[in-house]
Unconditional design. Structure first.
Length: 218
């Protein structure tokens, strides 16, 4: 079954947020996952396209992997997964792929690059994953022969917590009789999320050349 595509934007503060999501309570971290009968290889026909309708620098695709997603047998454990098809013109592309920092959870991502036959061509070490804004991700440039990006979960990271403090400030100008003084007030919001077997995946496709083919003067 296909991963469910989220029709909502991802807020810069690290939570899934949009008008359509305001009435939905945040999803908790899923700390256990076990499904029988999972295949050893992904179904390539379910791949979600990463090719935008129009060339743009910063094409974003966000999906959720969870109970309705396909699963893979990975050694002695199973994992839900999402599969993405790379754009055909990969020479000018850089990809950032990982788990979104939701309100209560972060998908514990394992990112692999597959060839046209679905075989794994590249994986990434633990030190390649960083918090890049609201996404715990890896970043890479596709190479000739790369065709798909596979996102599964890393059970070794599930249950670990990521604690953060988001600080907001506001400044008010006040006239004192001797001139104007600026008073700054602020608030702190503590956030604690657990790495999860399920959650949102976000891929950003950066394009260094967004010129349309055939444009005059190009």
């Amino acid at each position: 079954m296909r991963a469910r595509i989220i029709p909502c934007a991802v807020a810069a503060g690290g939570a899934l947020a949009s008008a359509c999501a305001t009435a939905v309570p945040p999803s908790p971290a899923v700390l256990e996952y076990s499904r029988a009968g999972c295949p050893a290889t992904p179904d390539l026909s379910t791949a979600i396209s990463l090719t935008p309708k129009k060339e743009t620098n910063g094409h974003i695709v966000t999906t959720v992997i969870g109970p309705e997603s396909g699963c893979l047998q990975m050694g002695e454990t199973s994992s839900p997964y999402a599969l993405y098809a790379l754009p055909s013109d990969i020479d000018d592309k850089t990809l950032s792929v990982g788990g979104v920092l939701e309100v209560l959870r972060i998908l514990s991502p394992t990112v692999s690059v597959l060839g046209t036959d679905g075989a794994v061509r590249r994986t990434f070490a633990a030190e390649d994953y960083f918090y890049r804004g609201p996404v715990y991700s890896v970043q890479f440039r596709p190479e000739p022969g790369d065709a798909y990006v596979l996102v599964t979960t890393n059970p070794a990271r599930v249950g670990q917590r990521y604690d953060s403090i988001n600080v907001g400030t506001s400044t008010t100008a006040v006239y004192t009789g001797y001139g104007t003084a600026n008073f700054t007030t602020g608030h702190e919001v503590n956030g604690s999320r657990a790495f999860s077997y399920e959650g949102a995946v976000q891929i950003i496709v950066y394009d260094s050349d967004t010129r349309e083919e055939g444009r005059s003067g190009s």
